[in-house]
Write a protein that binds this ligand. Structure first.
Ligand code: SF4
Length: 216
């Protein structure tokens, strides 16, 4: 396969980062240095421990955990490892564990889109009519159907991510005081313009997607 025929590779985690902040995705993709503060290291470690605990619980319920896969879509491929996947008849349910708290209603958009990426990847392996994702936060668990609106948002993100990765175009940021205070790229980010040219729609959507039904 020639260089120009190579597919651009994205991960489900990249998709989550894009929805969290498109500009952070740009920095992670194009800047070699990815500084991590000691506080962030501790958060990462705690997050990993939480995932191990939740995966063990999933395994005891008979779910397939840490399933790895990928899907090719035209000139791109999407890769990921789902926390747990449950299959029943023509239904596929992806479980995603998060160590943080849920919003009061719905789910965090970035978490939902990460889970949708896994649902996409694993739906190709089996004849699936119904795609569901369930996000397990520390305080509650929310299940949601992957419908045509969700898929349209997901595809729109992939189009922007393609431009960012392939052509190095700087997207608009999706800032918040909390996010930016923890961001290792905040210094360089402040020096850059916001021009509304690419991915400004992510900020307009807001951080919460009002879907899903609460579960125990
Ligand atoms: S400083 Fe804020 S807006 Fe800029 S990349 Fe980081 S999270 Fe995004």
């Amino acid at each position: 396969m020639g260089e120009k025929d190579k597919k651009l590779k994205f991960t489900a985690t990249d998709i989550r980062t894009f929805f969290y902040c498109p500009r952070l995705y740009f920095f992670q993709e194009h800047l070699k240095e990815k500084p991590v503060s000691p506080r962030q290291r501790v958060r990462l470690l705690l997050g990993r421990l939480y995932h191990v605990y939740k995966r063990l619980k999933g395994r005891l319920k008979g779910w397939k955990t840490e399933e790895q896969g990928y899907i090719e879509l035209g000139s791109i491929s999407i890769h990921g490892r789902a926390d747990a996947v449950e299959r029943g008849g023509e239904t596929l349910l992806v479980h995603e564990y998060k160590s943080g708290k849920a919003p009061r209603r719905g789910v965090w958009l970035s978490d939902l889109m990460q889970a949708v990426a896994y649902a996409f990847i694993f739906s190709r392996k089996t004849a699936t009519r119904e795609l569901l994702v369930q996000i397990h936060y520390r305080d509650k668990s929310v299940r949601s159907r992957v419908d045509s609106d969700t898929i349209a948002i997901f595809v729109r993100a992939l189009e922007d991510m393609y431009i960012i990765k392939k052509h190095g175009v700087l997207p608009d940021p999706n800032p918040s005081p909390g996010k930016c205070s923890r961001c290792p790229f905040s210094g360089i980010c402040k020096m850059m313009e916001v021009d509304g040219a690419l991915s400004g729609w992510v900020r307009e959507m807001g951080p919460i997607y009002p879907v899903g039904s609460q579960r125990n």
